[in-house]
Design a protein around this ligand. Structure first.
Ligand SMILES: Cc1cc2nc3c(=O)[nH]c(=O)nc-3n(C[C@H](O)[C@H](O)[C@H](O)COP(=O)(O)OP(=O)(O)OC[C@H]3O[C@@H](n4cnc5c(N)ncnc54)[C@H](O)[C@@H]3O)c2cc1C
Ligand code: SF4
Length: 488
């Protein structure tokens, strides 16, 4: 244990943020990591619990008490090794993970949790700064070829693990750049893309081949799913050329809101809006870019994607930004004796919310209203909830002005046409059917084809995608070699 009285001596101190007024003038990251001294002090708060609930709460199983101890000792190099032993990309999770480990931390029961996420970020940022993150090239090649479809966190984690196990890995990505939702969904102000580029260089040096602009299978006509492909490859060709295939194409089919007026110009999916700004930040000239500038923007959907639409709209100079949520406002804080160590149900206020705009809860959209085919407003009604039953509040209809509506109500499933071309079974929600057991996990109904990440589990989190990528890599390795030394 780092310091026996650390949790009594030191309060939790978080990372600092640039003021909203300054940070909304650009798209860069605005959160400043802890200094070495501050990280040491925060690590000192860890009680090195006999049963570390943090470790159970973390989907990749980060060995948190051990790296806290090492940071307290200022043995950063060893802390980095511990961190990398369970997580290929701590710089991603150290920035954008909602940190279920902190909700689970024992100290969170009656105090503020250990600042695990900020410590994680300090370790990996130092690792990159010091040049300690280098390619780990497999000493022996297996001669086996693996195709990974999709370069989101699941595909990247799997590809890195498989290359390190000696396999010849090719990642196929339909978009122009690697990274999946890390690249095109998550705005730069939450995570700059240099973090992905550095990992891509590391992975290339480890022997991974990236083929971008290549769509595997086909998309339905009129699909709004982001795709910059210039060529396609059929599942049959892939199966003939590779010994195993991993499907990690995400859950890209957005949930729609089929109310009257949906066809009006000005009503768009969030994923038509967010990727464009990320592309402009990285050199796209932005012809015909969908912009919030000067517009009254309504974001429908109260989650992460909606909050990212708000932050991007603020930066583009929207006239007003309002976020709608169908559910009632959650309590400001949780009742910890009931919720700990689980993820608590409470109001989440993101940095984008702090930058301005309004949030409306328990509100439903009846109709989009327009003139000459163009959106001018949105007709709403307030709703009440009795358990799971929703009813409209009589006389609460309103007509609000809107020039841009962004639909951020989550994702239904992967794109079915791609899965159908592979002939893999789907579950009741339309995701690829595959379990996660140690034996036979991540295997689809077609031998030699595996699935991981949002494509298997449905829309989720980056940290779950990394976990699934790592575990699926082990399953593929076992299939190819009869055994695997990759960690699970
Ligand atoms: C706007 C937004 C913000 C988010 N913010 C957070 C956050 O702050 N923290 C967090 O933890 N999670 C966040 N998430 C969720 C997180 O990004 C996803 O859970 C995660 O990226 C899923 O990883 P994945 O690898 O399974 O799929 P994805 O990241 O979706 O990657 C799939 C990739 O496969 C490619 N692909 C699909 N089909 C094909 C094909 N047929 N041929 C070739 N390529 C194909 C796609 O182009 C894509 O690049 C957010 C999601 C969104 C949409
Ligand atoms: S639960 Fe909290 S206090 Fe206990 S080991 Fe984990 S980080 Fe440290």
């Amino acid at each position: 244990m780092s310091k026996v009285t650390g949790f009594l001596d030191h309060k939790r101190v978080g990372e600092s943020y640039d003021p909203a007024e300054a940070r909304t003038r650009h798209y860069k990251e605005f959160v400043h990591g802890l200094s070495d001294g501050a990280a040491k002090q925060q690590a000192a708060r860890c009680m090195d619990c006999g049963i570390p609930f943090c470790n159970n709460g973390c989907p990749v199983g980060n060995i948190i008490p051990d790296f806290n101890e090492l940071v307290y000792q200022q043995d950063w190099r060893s802390a980095l090794d511990v961190l990398h032993s369970t997580n290929n990309f701590p710089e991603f999770t150290g920035r954008i993970c909602p940190a279920p480990c902190e909700a689970a931390c024992t100290l969170n029961f009656n105090d503020d949790p250990v600042g695990i996420k900020s410590i994680e970020r300090s370790i990996i940022d130092k690792g990159w700064e010091q040049g300690w993150v280098t390619p780990q090239i497999a000493p022996v090649k297996s001669g086996k070829k693996v195709a990974v479809i999709g370069s989101g966190p699941a595909g990247l984690a799997a590809a890195q693990q498989l290359a390190r196990a000696g396999h010849d890995v090719t990642v196929f990505e339909k978009n122009e750049r690697v990274g999946g939702l890390l690249r095109y969904g998550i705005p730069d102000f939450k995570m700059e893309k240099v973090h992905i580029d550095r990992r891509v260089s590391q992975m290339e040096a480890e022997g991974v081949t990236f083929r971008t602009g290549v769509l595997v299978g086909e998309l339905p006509v009129g699909s709004t799913v982001t795709s910059h492909h210039v060529t396609t490859i059929s599942p049959e060709e892939l199966r003939a050329d590779f010994d195993a295939v991993l499907l990690s194409g995400g859950a890209e089919q957005p949930r729609d809101l089929p109310v009257p007026g949906r066809e009006l110009s000005g009503v768009h999916f969030a994923m038509e809006f967010l990727p464009q700004q990320n592309r402009v930040n990285h050199g796209w000239e932005g012809q015909g870019q969908l912009l919030a500038t000067g517009k009254h923007v309504i974001v429908i959907g109260g989650g992460d994607t909606g909050s990212d639409c708000m932050g991007t709209s603020h930066r583009q100079g929207a006239a007003s930004v309002t976020q709608f949520e169908l559910m009632p406002m959650p309590p400001e804080s949780e009742y910890k004796p009931l919720s700990w160590p689980y993820w608590p149900y409470r109001l989440r206020t993101s940095s984008s919310h702090q930058e301005g705009g309004k949030r409306e809860f328990a509100i439903a959209t009846r109709e989009f209203v327009g003139e000459g085919g163009k959106l001018t407003g949105i007709r709403t009604v307030r709703v009440e909830w009795d358990g799971n039953k929703m009813s409209e509040v009589g006389g609460s209809e309103e007509l609000l002005s809107a020039d841009l509506v962004l639909l951020a109500m989550g994702f239904m499933s992967p794109v079915a046409s791609v899965l159908d071309k592979f002939g893999v079974e789907r579950d009741g929600r339309g995701n690829v059917r595959a379990g996660t057991d140690e034996e036979g996990g991540y295997v689809t109904s077609v031998p030699g084809i595996f699935a991981a990440g949002d494509m298997r589990r449905g829309q989720s989190l980056v940290v779950w995608a990394i976990r699934e990528g790592r575990q699926a890599a082990r399953a593929v390795d076992q299939y190819l070699m009869g055994m695997s030394e990759l960690p699970r």
